[in-house]
Ligand binder design. Structure first.
Ligand code: SF4
Length: 252
């Protein structure tokens, strides 16, 4: 089996049938939800901002907003479905606001790394058991003190339970622990698409027990994929599922 990405694990947990359409059948999505595309464009602009700074340059907010514009334009060349109160223009304006806010509030701290890629053998940190699973992913930002940061664009902030169970944070902490023997500080930086945009910093912690639980969860997902367990998991998310039409045709 090819290395398992964190996003693939997340997709399987959301809906095993969607995972099959996307990762096994490799069906191109007929459209994409605007919220996903929007988050990707904001992410592209923020990544460029940090890369410029790491190269010794200090881009103005307008320059970062132009990167957002270019990515947003390119992504909208493919079919995008907008929520009732959103449009391409409304989200373009919101993107400018969020990116400018991020640049204004983040210029004081310099990251150590941006888009830090990893690929490791999955190991249970409590027992030392090595699984026959390669795990890969990308950490958005690593700060000078070792804090691992995940950037999110969201409609509202994260509650405590969501932070404690956030799979990407748990996996990044596991990967760092396996490499260094230390559980790193973690944080989600959430750009909120509220009426008045906000950037909130949400620190999180993990214990070694949490990391062992995460390793076993990923092992369970990998075993289920190998066994071909791909069934639908209907939920409120179906309304924004790109594979809804394919799902209606599904008969096992
Ligand atoms: S429509 Fe719902 S149940 Fe069907 S594949 Fe998509 S998320 Fe899964």
């Amino acid at each position: 089996m090819e290395p398992l990405s964190v996003s693939r694990v997340q997709t399987y947990l959301t809906c095993p049938l969607k995972h099959r359409f996307q990762y096994i059948d490799k069906i191109p999505p007929p459209w994409r939800p605007a919220a996903l595309v929007f988050g990707s464009s904001v992410h592209a602009a923020v990544e460029w901002f940090h890369r410029e700074r790491l190269a010794g340059r200090t881009p103005e907010p307008e320059a970062v907003a132009k990167i957002f514009d270019a990515d947003w334009f390119a992504q909208n060349l493919e079919p995008v479905v907008f929520a009732e109160k959103d449009s391409k223009e409304i989200l373009a304006e919101k993107g400018h606001e969020l990116v400018s806010l991020y640049v204004a509030e983040s210029s004081g701290t310099m990251p150590l790394l941006t888009e830090d890629r990893f690929e490791i053998d999955l190991v249970d940190p409590e027992t030392g058991e090595v699984f026959d699973i390669r795990l890969r992913g990308v950490i958005d930002l690593v700060e000078a003190d070792g804090t691992l940061v995940e950037l999110k664009t969201a409609a509202r902030t994260f509650d405590t339970g969501s932070l404690e169970r956030h799979l990407q944070l748990s996996t990044y902490a596991l990967v760092r622990f396996l490499a260094t023997g230390t559980v790193p500080p973690l944080r989600i930086d959430a750009l909120l698409k509220t009426k008045v945009p906000r950037l909130v910093h949400l620190p999180a912690t993990r214990t070694i027990e949490d990391l062992a639980w995460t390793a076993r969860l990923i092992e369970g997902v990998a075993l289920a994929i190998r066994a071909g367990c791909c069934f639908p998991n209907p939920s409120y998310r179906c309304t924004e599922c790109e594979y809804f039409a394919h799902c209606q045709q599904w008969r096992g």
